[in-house]
Design a protein around this ligand. Structure first.
Ligand SMILES: NC(=O)c1ccc[n+]([C@@H]2O[C@H](COP(=O)([O-])OP(=O)(O)OC[C@H]3O[C@@H](n4cnc5c(N)ncnc54)[C@H](OP(=O)(O)O)[C@@H]3O)[C@@H](O)[C@H]2O)c1
Length: 324
């Protein structure tokens, strides 16, 4: 038996129950991972509330780091005793230990601690694909990135600086503005008291930006389109304020033949070779010191409901860990 967070209905944070579950043994292609730290991500809120549907009862959580304790038949990518981490499906990372498909795990270099790994796999791999695959940045661009002081955001600030990209970041408070700046965001806009479209136009001298990375969704969608230069790319990769309502395609034509994509990390890491390439890139960025994973909140896993409340209330900054 191990303890794991389970939910039998969707709803507010109290639907998450930390209880004893039977673990079992790993089957073919599977391993048993003992978690040292689990990551908290906004996608966990979408699954908890039911915005993203899943069959219930279910676990929660998509990111953790730990040690391989047992391997099933045919597993070759990891061995017993390996330090590993993962981000993605199957859901159920909020647990002391669990069974995982071996192919979804990456081995950790000695230089990367369990806590750093659990805090960065999902958010860091996301920045990797957003900046290098969805809209590959060459250096020299000015980009708009929303929620710059959040978990994904603080990694994006540092990554942009490291590759010579000028990042305009939005944040919800003046304290968060200071934090984003300290992490390398060149221009910070507090969208609670400034018009971010107007500010982006001013900063870019009327030209607009070639790409917007928007994880806020409903509240910022139209404004984000208004920040793009002709042929610009709208990367809508989240819905912290609610999902983007349906819109007329002509909105893209009238603003200058814009492009739009709605990417998910799971697609970008679906092939093992891609997962390994992306993880190696992320590890190299951290090992070089160009990116420091800023763990700004830690909660015991038993207090996961409070962690969700704080995340949804916009009280957290940077990355957050849940410790089993
Ligand atoms: N598609 C993908 O592959 C992918 C992968 C990872 C993450 N994501 C998305 O990226 C976003 C960031 O994820 P994260 O885990 O790093 O979270 P986070 O940025 O640490 O937290 C979300 C932030 O969104 C901002 N926000 C704006 N309106 C909000 C509202 N109505 N309610 C709550 N927050 C609001 C808040 O910052 P301010 O107070 O500064 O506004 C809040 O701190 C999420 O939308 C997530 O779903 C997508």
């Amino acid at each position: 038996m191990v303890r794991a967070v389970r939910m039998s209905e969707t709803g507010d944070p109290d639907v998450m129950i930390y209880e004893h579950v039977v673990l079992g043994a790993p089957g073919p292609g599977e391993v048993l991972v003992r978690h040292m730290a689990c990551g908290l991500n906004f996608i966990d809120v979408y699954f908890r509330t039911g915005l993203y549907p899943q069959t219930l009862p279910a676990g929660l959580g998509m990111e953790a780091a730990g040690i391989v304790e047992a391997v099933g038949a045919g597993v070759s990518v990891v061995a017993v005793g390996d330090r590993v981490a993962y981000a993605g499906r199957p859901i159920g990372a909020y647990s002391e230990a669990r069974i995982m498909p071996a192919d979804n795990l990456v081995r950790l270099p000695d230089s990367i601690s369990f806590e750093t790994a659990a805090a960065m796999m999902l958010q860091g791999l996301t920045v990797q694909y957003l900046f290098h695959r969805t809209f590959p940045l060459q250096g020299g661009e000015t980009i708009l990135f929303h929620a710059a002081a959040g978990g994904v955001g603080l990694i994006a600030c540092q990554w942009a600086r490291a590759i010579g990209v000028t990042m305009i970041g939005t944040v919800g408070s003046d304290e968060k503005a200071v934090l984003a700046k300290e992490h390398g965001c060149a221009h910070v806009i507090n969208y609670n008291n400034e018009n971010f479209v107007q500010r982006v136009r001013e900063i870019t001298e009327g030209k607009g930006v070639p790409v917007v990375y928007d994880s806020i969704g409903k509240d910022t969608f139209t404004g984000s389109l208004d920040c793009l230069s002709p042929l610009g790319m709208m990367v809508s990769f989240g819905n912290a304020s609610g999902p983007v309502p349906p819109f007329a395609l002509n909105e893209l034509a009238s603003r200058g033949s814009l492009f739009i994509t709605r990417p998910s990390l799971m697609t970008y890491t679906a092939k093992r070779a891609d997962l390994e390439m992306m993880a190696a890139h992320l590890f190299a960025m951290v090992e070089s010191g160009k990116i420091k994973i800023d763990i700004r909140q830690r909660y015991p896993l038993s207090e996961v409901a409070q962690a969700h409340r704080d995340l949804e209330a916009r009280k957290t900054t940077g990355s957050t860990l849940l410790i089993p």
